[in-house]
Design a protein around this ligand. Structure first.
Ligand code: PMP
Length: 426
């Protein structure tokens, strides 16, 4: 038996399911999680001495690769002065200036500790700004685990929210309307009925929590127009896409400007960080300037700011995102080509440094239903066979893959060779 197995067994005694975030338990693919002890560039090393090419990247933050020397140095230099003071530090201002410079729709920004806090707070602000309670989200989009957001679709566009998770009060879930991603007609229909009560549309501008599903042409523009018409707040949840699909995020990539933006992952360089920000008149409603309460003991923590700033510095090099996108496409399309050569139907979606692999006959995958129609058994088999060959993919068919700048020729070749080997055997 492996050390990972022993560690997982031990973990289950005092940690629910043995994990501190559910997807880590490998429920989506079966089997048991791998315990890692070290990350270096594109690689992870497990507790049994195996090395893997990593396409999870800590679920997005590790866009420079693991243990990037500049990020590690920034953290160590900062730690030497203490771990945090619960008082303002200059690094927070540097971070705010940098974020607002890179994402011009953000006039002001507040730091938090996770993507969940970022979206939760953005929604509170949108509700306060509009004086409305209802929010509209899309099926298959994940925005963290705040109560209002843990709601999926009922049976159609106008169905009121059904709590996805027990523990979400029905009275709250009723205010969350859910429609199909990439379906503007459904959005228009809901707004036609309830537009005057809807505070905000929150959307992943590239969906990365139902595998990777890009917005259809005109979708984001349409959401912008509807929000303008009904005076609702448009929130882009760029926790995943921010600084990853382009330096300025998906809003720069697609040229659509939201009112508020939620950030996470890359902005913390691997430390627990999120942020939200946007139009000045909305952000000025936040305490202590305004009446909307939001706070955090560890928010803007200096060590976290150091890791984030070093990461933002690393990705600001000219050409960074073009190279990342090219490499990402080569990997995903390379895997698809190899599958098809063995008569295994497969397709992929890629945007910047994000990709999605789908075992399906369909040419395109554009919403949650279509993702669910893919051959999930084949994905599970593929996942485990790749793992055996030293490639660590996200342990779920509903998660996007992430490529880093450290995925060099050797890592790419190892990945494509492993895929070729798997497809020739399954
Ligand atoms: N929004 C999006 C788009 C996400 O992908 C995630 C996490 N995967 C979150 C919000 C929540 O972020 P966190 O896990 O940091 O709370």
């Amino acid at each position: 038996m492996t050390r990972s197995h022993d560690l997982f067994t031990q973990a289950q005694k005092h940690i629910p399911g043995g994990v501190n975030s559910p997807v880590r338990a490998f429920k989506g693919v079966g089997g048991e999680p791998v315990y890692f002890v070290r990350g270096e560039g594109p690689y992870l090393h497990d507790a049994d001495g195996q090395r893997y090419v990593d396409y999870v990247g800590s679920w997005g933050p590790m866009i420079l690769g693991h243990s990037h020397p500049d990020v590690i140095k920034a953290v160590i230099d900062t730690v030497a002065n203490g771990l945090g003071f619960g008082a303002p530090t200059e690094a927070e201002t540097t971070m705010a200036d940098r974020v607002c410079e890179l994402v011009p729709s953000m006039d002001m920004v507040r730091m938090v500790n996770s993507g969940t806090e970022a979206t939760m707070s953005a929604i509170r602000l949108a509700r306060a700004f509009t004086g409305r309670d209802k929010i509209l989200k899309f099926e298959g989009c994940y925005h963290g685990h705040a109560d209002s957001l843990l709601v999926k679709a009922g049976s159609g566009a106008l169905t009121l929210g059904v709590p996805t998770s027990p523990g979400v009060p029905v009275a709250l879930a009723e205010h969350t309307l859910t429609v199909e991603y990439n379906n503007l007609d459904q959005v228009k229909e809901v707004f036609g009925h309830l537009g005057g009560q809807i505070a905000t549309i929150i959307v992943e501008p590239v969906a990365g929590n139902m595998n990777c599903v890009p917005p259809a042409p005109g979708f984001l523009e349409g959401l912008r127009a509807i929000c303008d018409e009904y005076e609702s707040v448009l929130i882009f949840d760029e926790v995943m896409t921010g600084f990853r699909v382009a330096l300025g995020g998906a809003q720069a990539h697609y040229g659509v400007t939201p009112d508020l933006t939620a950030l996470g992952k890359v902005i913390g360089g691997g430390m627990p960080v999120g942020a939200f920000g946007g139009r000045r008149e909305i952000m000025e409603m936040l305490a202590p300037l305004g009446p909307v309460y939001q706070a955090g003991t560890l928010s803007g923590n200096p060590v976290a700011m150091a890791a984030g700033l070093a990461t933002l510095e690393g990705i600001s090099r000219p050409g960074f995102h073009d190279e990342l996108a090219t490499r990402t496409r080569r990997i995903a399309e390379g895997i698809v080509e190899r599958a098809r050569a063995h008569d295994i139907p497969m397709t992929c979606n890629c945007v910047g440094g994000m990709f999605g692999l789908f075992f399906t006959e369909a040419e395109q995958v554009g919403n949650f239903y279509q993702v669910g129609q893919c051959n999930l058994d084949r994905f599970r088999l593929f996942f485990h066979e790749m793992l055996k060959r030293g490639v660590y993919l996200a342990p779920s068919a509903f998660e996007a893959g992430f490529v880093s700048a450290a995925h060099d020729e050797a890592a790419v070749t190892a990945t494509l060779d492993a895929a070729e080997n798997v497809f020739s055997e399954i």
